[in-house]
Each structure stands twice: as structure tokens, then as C-alpha cells.
Design a protein around this ligand. Structure first.
Ligand code: F0G
Length: 459
């Protein structure tokens, strides 16, 4: 059986048409969108790899869950089912549903952080960083040395640099580090996994300094699969057992269920600290909703509970990780420089390596995103200086990001192998004319999270 294709472990019951556009139309749409993929109409996109967040297909079982949702304002059955599922996978006592991950982040960080604090993470996602900075605290990224090198092959490039963590704590003092966060998988660092050994080592540092450890759990199932496949001692375990162990080292987690919850909207905040959850519930009630629904409908809670169970199925994870690797391996064969090895939810093209003629201040990643859309109607996203850099208001100097990446994120259970083959063909054509691709100038921006609305013109 080893030589046979790893197939999509589902058949398709409901389809949604996608439409091709002409190059002339795409040129106009791109100009109207000021070269920002977030400003395109989704109807004008053929293959949408902007994000894997909230873009997955639900299963028949999840749609059935939607009908079973209990819409009671308080104490709904769907909440208690979700609580059961989360307790059995994540092991945390208290669970606050939120409408998505960043709502959980806002509530967590505004409950735990104050001005002058420092929050270390392997790599903060953009909303995580923004929510920490909103409280006046500082968000610090501590990836390992190999995690910063796109071409380096390492099984756990998502790890945190444990020595750097010790150094930060020694410099600022443990009382100014209200929590440490580990993002699994490390999204901004290439969708790379964190090893169980690294999680244990970070936990040990946190224990020594009495600092709580939180997991940003968006892609916990994909990370658990990588641990099982790559880390000594885990081959015989189920993904659920791996996940259980992973969360046993943490004091709590934030979750965007739009990823490994297999739903289009939803998230939660979980922990074991009763006093903290009381403070968090106050904030939840202010802006999200009563603690047994937290800004979601009962049916959303029900679909999330079913999704969290399904995402740990072995045939699903096997297919999921293999299909991402399929795209990555194909691009590598063509010669396209990508972050190696392929991550869990996305392939990250190293735009700085592919377009060496475009300096970081002219946004090589954004320029490549524009070309992919023009060439084949594919929507990708820049993860580089547009997303993480900033412009000095006085001098106009650009602070550039450590890496200039373009992410091709794969929605869960949405595209088939022929869609992905098409993506490879388009990339191959863009790659062939890479020398002639020029940069873009940012002509308008609104920080924070400027990438959502920034406007560009060809340089
Ligand atoms: N943490 C990580 C690691 C994420 O990737 C995201 C979202 C969030 C937190 C926030 O969750 O969107 O539900 O509020 N990532 C999406 C992406 C948007 O495209 O990678 P959210």
C-alpha cells in the first residue's frame, strides 16, 4: 500500500462553483484592490489560499450538529457538550467560548498584562502581538536559530529558543513576565511544529520562575501529528493522546476553532485558574456574551464540538499533512524556494530568495502575491514586511521583517489534488519570469495590522 496515493478521505456531497477570470479583468481587479489581496472580491478569485482560517468545509456530521444546537441563552446543552469535548482533549477545567481566537486573546491579555510587561512567544501571530501591545506590554518573538533560516531542514523549526527565554526573564525580571505563550504550530514561522521536548523545556523554565504557560492552540491537531511522526517515543500514540500530553504542560490556551476546530467561526479561552476565569468572564460578558455561549450561536458550539473530535481522526490528519507536503515538494522540484520542510497548514515561499532584485522596502512578498493573482487568479498572502514591518512616521524609513514570505494556506477539506496541481502550474509560470518582477510602493497605511488595508502602486 505504501506506493499508493494518499487520497482525500471523503467524498463530495455539496459543491460550490468557482469561476475563471481573464488576465485583463484580473489586472483591473488588482488595481481596484490597490494590490492588496484583502481588498479583492472573493468572487474574483479562482483558488483562494489567503487563509486556512474559517475557510474549511464542514462534514455531514457537523451540519447535523448545527440542527442539534441548543439556542438557550444560559446553560445550553450545546455548551455542556463543548465543555465535555474540550475537557477530554485539552484537559482544562474552565472554558469560555469566544467568537474567534482574537477575542480570546484580547480577554486573556487584558486580564493578565499591564504596561511594561513582556510576553515571550516562539512567534506571535499578528493579532496576538497586537492584543498584547494594546495593553501596553511588549510582545517578544523567540524562535530558534534554525527557525529563522527558510532553507534549513529541521523536524521542529517551530520551537522556542529556551536559552533566549531564560535571558529575557533574567533581563526584565520574572515579575514583569505575566505569561509565556507557545504557538502550535508556529504560523508566522512557516507552519512549523513545536516538539514535546521543547514544550517540556519551556514548562521547566516557567516552573522555575512561577510563570504561567499558555498555548496558542489554533493548529494543535496538526502539531500533534508532527510530534507523532517525528519525535522519538510518540509513534505508537494516537493524535488525541499526543494532544492530551501537550496541553498537560500548560496552564491554559487560546483557540481559534476556525483552524483545527473545523468550523467557519468560533474559538475559546481555557484555563484551570478559578480567580482568573472570574475576571475573564466579566470581560466576556461585556463584549462577547454570557459565558455559556460567548458570542456564538448554540449551533456554532455544537459544530465546534464535533469539529474538535473529527480533526483528530488519523485518516484526516494523514491526508491533511500529506496534501500540504504534496504542494511543497512539487514547488521544490520546480526550483521555487520555500520554507523547508513543508509545514502543516501552508506552504511559505521565500520571496526574498525568489525575487532578490526587489529590496525589502519594496515588499517582494506583496509583489509575488500580485503576480500569482494576475497569472492564475490565485490569492495568497504576504507574511513579511507588510505584515510585521513599520514605517517611521518622521523619516519614512521602513523597519523590515526577518523573513519575506508568501503563504499559500490550504483550507481544510476544500480543494482537491487537481486544484493543487493547477497552483503548481501557475507558480511554475511565474517562476520562469521571476527576473522581470518589480516591487511595490506602499502609498497608504493604517497601523496596527496595516496589512489588511494598506494600498500599493507598482514601484
Ligand atoms: N493565533 C494564530 C497562530 C493564528 O494563526 C490566528 C489566526 C490567530 C491566533 C487569531 O485567530 O483569526 O480566529 O481571531 N490566523 C489566521 C491566519 C487569520 O490567516 O493565519 P482568529
Amino acid at each position: 500500500m505504501g506506493h499508493r496515493s494518499i487520497i482525500e478521505p471523503f467524498r463530495i456531497k455539496c459543491v460550490e462553483p468557482i469561476r475563471m477570470t481573464t488576465r485583463v479583468q484580473r489586472r483591473n481587479f488588482l488595481e481596484e484592490a490597490a494590490y492588496n489581496p484583502f481588498l479583492l472580491h472573493a468572487d474574483h478569485v479562482l483558488i483562494d489560499l489567503l487563509t486556512d482560517s474559517g475557510t474549511g468545509a464542514m462534514s455531514a456530521e457537523q451540519w447535523a450538529s448545527i440542527m442539534r444546537g441548543d439556542e438557550s441563552y444560559a446553560g445550553g446543552r450545546s455548551y455542556y457538550r463543548l465543555l465535555d469535548v474540550i475537557q477530554s482533549i485539552f484537559g482544562f477545567r474552565y472554558v469560555l467560548p469566544t467568537h474567534q481566537g482574537r477575542a480570546a486573546e484580547r480577554i486573556l491579555f487584558s486580564s493578565m498584562c499591564k504596561p511594561g510587561d513582556v510576553v515571550p512567544n516562539n512567534t506571535h501571530f499578528d493579532t496576538t502581538r497586537a492584543n498584547i501591545e494594546e495593553t501596553g506590554a511588549q510582545a517578544v518573538d523567540l524562535p530558534t536559530a534554525e527557525g529563522r533560516l527558510p532553507a534549513a531542514i529541521h523536524p521542529f523549526k517551530g520551537n522556542m529558543d529556551v536559552d533566549a527565554l531564560e535571558t529575557v526573564i533574567a533581563q526584565v525580571g520574572a515579575d514583569r513576565v505575566p505569561l509565556v505563550v507557545l504557538t502550535v504550530t508556529n504560523n508566522s514561522g512557516g507552519g512549523q511544529p513545536v516538539s514535546m521536548a521543547n514544550i517540556r523545556a519551556v514548562r521547566a523554565v516557567c516552573n522555575r520562575h512561577r510563570i504561567p504557560l499558555y498555548i496558542d492552540a489554533c493548529r494543535f491537531a496538526e502539531n500533534s501529528w508532527f510530534i507523532r511522526e517525528r519525535e522519538e517515543g510518540y509513534a505508537g500514540k494516537t493524535p488525541r493522546e499526543v494532544a492530551r500530553e501537550l496541553f498537560s504542560y500548560a496552564d491554559g490556551c487560546t483557540m481559534s476553532a476556525k483552524k483545527d476546530g473545523l468550523v467557519n467561526i468560533g474559538g475559546f479561552l481555557a484555563c484551570n485558574d478559578e480567580a482568573l476565569v472570574k475576571r475573564e468572564s466579566r470581560l466576556l460578558i461585556l463584549t462577547e456574551g454570557f459565558p455559556t455561549y460567548g458570542g456564538l450561536a448554540g449551533r456554532d458550539l455544537e459544530a465546534m464540538a464535533t469539529g474538535l473530535e473529527e480533526v483528530l481522526h488519523e485518516d484526516y490528519l494523514h491526508y491533511r499533512i500529506a496534501s500540504t507536503a504534496y504542494l511543497g515538494d512539487h514547488l521544490t522540484r520546480i526550483g521555487v524556494p520555500i520554507v523547508q520542510p513543508p509545514g502543516g497548514h501552508a506552504i511559505y515561499i521565500d520571496a526574498a530568495a525568489m525575487l532578490p532584485q526587489v529590496p525589502a522596502r519594496l515588499f517582494p512578498g506583496q509583489a509575488l502575491v500580485a503576480e500569482l493573482y494576475l497569472e492564475g487568479g490565485i490569492r495568497a498572502v504576504e507574511i513579511g514586511t507588510v505584515m510585521f514591518g513599520s514605517t517611521d512616521a518622521q523619516t519614512g524609513e521602513e523597519t523590515v521583517a526577518a523573513m519575506e514570505l508568501v503563504r499559500l494556506a490550504i483550507p481544510r477539506r476544500v480543494y482537491t489534488q487537481s486544484h493543487i496541481d493547477y497552483v503548481c502550474e501557475v507558480l511554475s509560470d511565474v517562476f520562469a519570469r521571476r527576473d522581470r518582477i518589480a516591487g511595490l510602493r506602499m502609498v497608504w497605511q493604517a497601523p496596527p495590522l496595516r496589512h489588511f488595508t494598506a494600498r500599493f502602486q507598482p514601484a
